[in-house]
Design a protein around this ligand. Sequence first.
Ligand SMILES: [Zn+2]
Length: 452
Amino acid sequence: MSLQAFCSQQIVTPQGIRAGALLVEGEAIRAVAARAEVPADAVLTDFGDSAILPGLVDSHVHINEPGRTDWEGFATGTRAAAAGGYTLIVDMPLNCLPPTTTVEALGAKRACARNSSLVDWAVWGGVVSDNQQHLGSLAATGVPGFKCFLVDPGIDGFTMVSKQQLRDALPHVAKTGLPLLVHAELPGPIEAATRELAEADWCRYDTYLRSRPDEAELAAIDLLLSLCREFHFRLHIVHLSTHKALAALRRAKSDGLPVTVETCPHYLYFSAEQIPDGATLCKCAPPIRGEANREQLWQALREGVIDFVVTDHSPCPPQMKRLEEGNFRTAWGGIPSLSVALPAVWTLARRRGFKLLDIAKWMAEKPAQLAGCGDRKGKIAPGFDADFAVFDCDSEFTLTEDRLHHRHPISPYLGHRLTGAVQQTYLRGSRIFQDGEFPTKPAGREVLTALL
Ligand SMILES: [Zn+2]
């Protein structure tokens, strides 16, 4: 089997950052060795001062294919992923048609991903109002877990679950042993706030922010934590945006409840104070909140109350962002960021004293664990897949459209000055991205959970 040696001054391993050579045999990592120990027959590549990070893992991506491939698809979404240093994405069960709520729909999804994905992939199953009887077979067919919404997701084809429907589904979820990922906002506080804003100016960001109060997240998380105590399932809170739920989450974790939490680059990067009125590119749900809130999210990452950072890459055609009217009520909510997440997070993480080790944990190791493949993905370690990103952590650039690569090159990060550039990405020992180019045919494979 071919042996490759990738040299760097900064190889980011779980034990620390070391200088040396990453030895890759076929598709897997053999070892991290000193340069002097590189076997004579190895093919040598030297990245110099650029770091070797584990291939990033994004457990929260909306690919939209099949059914809404004009929004995003596997071919375009995974180009953005490869350009962003990602080597594994896990697709959300909504936005596509059919939604991934039955084994049949999972088959349709797999047919689309095969032969068109540049990176490895997996697919979450959906829990909706009426598919409890499908959850066991979805688990047996290889989904790593499930996703549900406690509030209307705002897209045809995927229903929210009421409290009772969730209670009905939970014994089925618990039996699979797989995690349930939950969009944690309750409709009550949102509806009440929105009623008050009937006459408000919806081109103002502040109106949108007030329509999705912290209390909607807080109430949902309180409910979920009590259900977690009752039904003993693995609970994962997606895209936490409010600091107000941190105390309850901290307590639940210290009580030993099986709960994990993610946040997203946009909640760590932007703040409500910076978002101009009409800037609907920044609309997402839950919303980007104030500056003080953002600092508490960073602090929660430091403490480990928030476990990791994933993109919630959720693109749409530009006209759906209603850029000309700038109306936050009618614009689509979602921010695509696969190609820019690493520099966006690194730019602000570094200023707060975080290291590449933190990035590797937040953006590779922990999401891989949630996706059930933490034994093969997300770390530079012997026996793991040889997935890695070559990252120049000092270079600065201004984000331009040509760096985005997803289907419609719109992004709230355009024009921002960012630190850290992904130079190359390797998937199982093969280079899939280099300096804006994608040199290989799509060779991404489905990653099935360790349960199988
Ligand atoms: Zn999402």
